[in-house]
Design a protein around this ligand. Sequence first.
Ligand code: ADP
Length: 207
Amino acid sequence: MIFIFVGPPGSGKGTQSAMLAKEFGYKHVSSGDILRGLKDNHRIQKIISQGGLVPDNDIFDSLKSVINEYYSKGVILDGFPRTKEQANMLDHYCREQNYTISSVIFIDVSQDEIISRLQSRVSCTCCFAVYNLQYNSTCPECGHEKYAKRTDDDRETVLKRLEEYNKKTKSVVEYYKGINKLRSVRGKGNMIEVYSKVKTMMKGVAS
Ligand code: ADP
């Protein structure tokens, strides 16, 4: 099984994917985490810090082996595909391997909400949980007070990421809508409320 989360930066794809993976034992695969983990690749780190998109092959090559390993258990793709070309690559690969994309969940959040959210998004330096200073002053998972901010969450880079989303990722949403795989969830509200909508959406799909 493959599930895909798509939505603008800061829509909560990562949070919802992680919650779903934890509850149902799926493998959460974040393309952003994989790319940020390639610390020695300065070309990729520079693209990320400027809010651009890394070339399609750089990310897909790393993803294939994870999909193969966890397909039978269920894989949640968070942040991939992000361009129409990536969606085509994934389709092609699924046909080749006889894999099915069970569902694509679109988290819909307004741009104003995103800009305000991302500027107060942090991650705990102890357990690495991602949380928002608008709602929590210390880590909601472990209580630790120290946090780090992602270098691409400053206002200027957020605007660039939104521009990339509008230019390149919106067509992915339209594509999955056109082939009847897309389910939309309003991403406003706290993460528990959104999660309950995601689960309702998934009913009957994950079988
Ligand atoms: P967000 O969804 O909040 O932008 P991610 O962690 O998913 O955060 O992605 C961070 C950055 O990693 C992106 O801005 C981009 O530079 C890079 N990235 C992640 N996924 C992809 C992808 N599928 N294709 C190209 N670049 C990607």
